[in-house]
Design a protein around this ligand. Structure first.
Ligand SMILES: [Zn+2]
Length: 280
């Protein structure tokens, strides 16, 4: 939008209003194929995995509430069966916003009990009806999906969803194509996160659907985990050198860490907590 050519203040206000209106429209979603029976709906909010079976569809996460009509339209392009289960990777609204509407469509929503507690505390709609603590299995149409929890990371209620037959996992925001967000207000932990990823990496899989970003490989997740550990050891070293939180933030290097190069506001929001967490 070339606002610089608009000279009238009234027109600028109009264009700004139009921009706000356009940005409130649900973004266009696209479908990426992982396997014949597993697809990812990308765009606006977290990645949604769509696992189709003869008896119904299993979703992992459901973006924002306003995305539900388009999610259901994309699902109907992949299967004539209804959505039976939604597994939430954690409580954030860009992963659980569609829960209430999908519960209304007859789906069951499953999440880690801490994720449900976080939603409840935040008065978020669409509370999961089924919870688990360590692991859970969903069996539908001869297929199986497993949910795993190994401790804190992005939040205290993260689940990694495994599609064993497809050697594929959905990590939620425990892995993203960029710097992480450690949600300390929801029990997240940078130190625990690396250990949690060590447990994730012991699973048998090749393909990784991250919480946000393109579908990747196990080696990408291993590399990202290594970068996370490197960032923490660099910060700890700066702390031991007597640097202040602010000085260390300025000195911390990311340029040699793939996918960590770009600054992010969510990382900025995580930094102070991580600094406090180190050497505790
Ligand atoms: Zn999140």
């Amino acid at each position: 939008m070339k606002i610089k050519y608009v000279r009238s203040a009234g027109a600028v206000v109009f264009l700004a209003g139009l921009w706000v209106a356009l940005s409130q429209q649900p973004a266009e979603l696209t479908v990426t194929k992982v396997a014949d029976d597993l697809h990812v709906i990308v765009g606006s909010g977290g990645n949604v995995a769509v696992y189709t079976t003869e008896e119904g569809v299993i979703l992992v996460d459901d973006k924002f509430e306003q995305n539900v009509p388009q999610i259901l339209e994309k699902v109907s392009g992949l299967s004539s069966k209804p959505v039976k289960y939604v597994l939430n990777t954690h409580q954030h609204g860009d992963h659980t916003g569609g829960n209430a509407k999908l519960l209304g469509h007859g789906a069951d929503v499953i999440a880690h009990e801490n994720a449900r507690a976080n939603m409840d505390r935040g008065k978020m709609p669409g509370l999961p009806r089924v919870t688990f603590t360590e692991s859970a299995g969903v069996h539908l149409g001869g297929k199986q999906v497993k949910a795993w929890h190994w401790g804190a990371g992005h939040t205290n209620g993260d689940a990694v969803i495994q599609f064993p037959a497809l050697r594929t996992i959905h990590t939620g925001d425990l892995f993203v194509a960029g710097r992480p967000f450690i949600d300390y207000s929801s029990g997240g932990s940078g130190a625990a996160w690396v250990k949690t990823l060590d447990a994730v990496l012991k699973l048998d899989f090749d393909t990784v659907i991250p919480g946000h970003g393109p579908v990747m490989k196990k080696a990408d997740l291993a590399e990202w985990r290594k970068s996370f550990a490197t960032v923490q050891s660099r910060l700890l070293e700066l702390k031991r050198q007597g640097k202040t939180e602010q000085e260390a933030g300025g000195l911390l290097r990311f340029d040699d860490l793939p996918r960590w190069e770009s600054a992010s506001r969510l990382w900025e929001r995580s930094y102070a907590g991580l600094w406090r967490e180190l050497e505790r």
